[in-house]
Design a protein around this ligand. Structure first.
Ligand code: GTP
Ligand code: MG
Length: 170
């Protein structure tokens, strides 16, 4: 099959978990220690080559700060995939992830593909959520779980490849 398929992906998760950093790494192969907290939401596009086809990701990076929470719905309601991110060194961000999941279940598209990113893998020495627990939660909701690091680029492109394989299987 030729031509360009497009996938709308939304990033959700608490403030500071590294959503914007993951997008910056994936789209521009860059990382900022002093990344600004997102206001509202921001868009970035990026294409990846898969054997004989090109897939364009239309990525919506939402703001994790509580005051923007109600905006997220505008971005996930017509998305094909969501990456719910937590910071592996912050237990409360894992609880935040579950909250985003429940919200997606209630208000999101029925067939949305969900991936869980345990970000900041480079800080694994201070990991606060046992990876088995995260994996178990992910499998209980049919989500792919992957550790990532926007800082080192660990697992980042692979996460988007996982999404494409699930959204557009051939
Ligand atoms: P909001 O926009 O407020 O929702 O936050 P966000 O989830 O977009 O977080 P952001 O990408 O702005 O990153 C927050 C902080 O974590 C920044 O200081 C980043 O440099 C840092 N950070 C992001 N990803 C990583 C990572 O993989 N490893 C480490 N060590 N730091 C990271
Ligand atoms: Mg951000």
């Amino acid at each position: 099959q030729s031509g360009q398929a497009q996938i709308k992906v939304v990033l959700l998760g608490d403030s500071g978990v590294g959503k914007s950093s993951l997008v910056l790494r994936f789209v521009a192969d860059n990382f900022k220690i002093d990344s600004d907290s997102t206001v509202g939401a921001s868009y970035m596009g990026k294409s990846l080559q898969f054997n004989d086809k090109t897939i364009k990701f239309n990525i919506w990076d939402t703001a994790g700060q509580e005051r923007y929470h109600s905006l997220a719905k505008m971005y996930y309601r017509d998305a094909q995939a969501a990456i719910i991110t937590y910071d592996i060194t912050k237990r409360e961000s894992f609880e935040g992830l579950k909250r985003y999941y429940r919200e997606l279940q209630e208000f999101g598209p029925k067939d949305i593909v969900i991936n869980i990113a345990g970000n900041k893998e480079d800080l694994v020495e201070t990991e606060a959520v046992p990876p088995e627990e995260a994996k178990e939660f992910a499998s209980s909701i049919g989500a792919i779980y992957r550790k990532t690091s926007a800082k080192t680029n660990y697992g980042v492109e692979q996460m988007f490849r996982d999404i494409a394989a699930k959204v557009l299987p051939d």
